[in-house]
Write a protein that binds this ligand. Structure first.
Ligand code: ATP
Ligand code: MG
Length: 195
């Protein structure tokens, strides 16, 4: 349960830090309209997000879920899917590259990749939509230290190269400091600290 959250998330990278059950994933879901608050208002660039079409909002602000859930089919098909719903045909090369996947991944079956690779596919799927902001829910939770360092480098490059805004959920304070300009700490559904 989230209560009394009064937050403004700015451009750049923000980390949402907090223990398991604190409400981090719930907050991302609210920002993406996968849930609505019982009271209060969430605004994106000044506009109440309930006034926006949820699908349009989710193209502008992309959620990469805690557990990767690729669609059946190849990596390329996964990357093309979102833009195709909006009537756009995209090249898969750039999203793959930004997500740190070699071009040879394009023809591989997404569901047969490792969890870390699938997480990068989910990142590439989000990037193919050219969103203004990305919401990343514990992008390295399932990874070993080496794979985690790789994903952190990818995310840091992404912010530097594309200027995309990012909200990264993590329970790892070190990661929050490595990845983010700002840290919002959530405990028991409240904002406990904000730096
Ligand atoms: N719509 C809802 N209404 C009330 N409570 C909810 C709702 N959705 C989730 N919760 C509860 O809020 C709490 C926080 O859940 P959430 O998944 O956001 O935690 P989290 O910080 O992401 O934890 P983890 O690090 O384990 O992923 C949980 O106890 C969950 O059951
Ligand atoms: Mg969570």
């Amino acid at each position: 349960m989230l209560r009394g959250i009064d937050l403004a998330l700015r451009d750049g990278a923000t980390a949402l830090l907090g223990p398991s059950g604190a409400g981090k994933s719930t907050l991302l879901r609210l920002l993406n309209r996968l849930a609505d608050p019982d009271s209060g208002t969430i605004r994106f660039r000044g506009e109440d997000i309930r006034r926006l079409d949820p699908r349009a909002l989710r193209r502008r602000v992309c959620l990469v879920p805690q557990l990767p859930a690729p669609l059946p089919g190849t990596v390329a098909a996964n990357v093309r899917y979102g833009p195709s719903l909006a009537g756009r045909d995209v090249s898969v090369e750039r999203p793959l590259e930004l997500a740190g996947l070699a071009p040879s991944f394009a023809d591989r079956e997404a569901s047969r990749l490792s969890v870390g690779e699938q997480q990068r596919v989910m990142l590439a799927r989000a990037l193919a939509l050219e969103p203004e902001a990305m919401l990343l829910d514990e992008p390295t939770a399932a990874l070993d230290e080496q794979a985690r360092d790789g994903v952190e480098r990818t995310l840091a490059h992404l912010v530097a190269r594309t200027g995309i805004s990012m909200v990264v959920v993590t329970h790892d304070r070190g990661q929050a400091h490595r990845l983010a300009d700002r840290i919002v700490e959530i405990q028991n559904g409240h904002v406990a600290a904000w730096a």
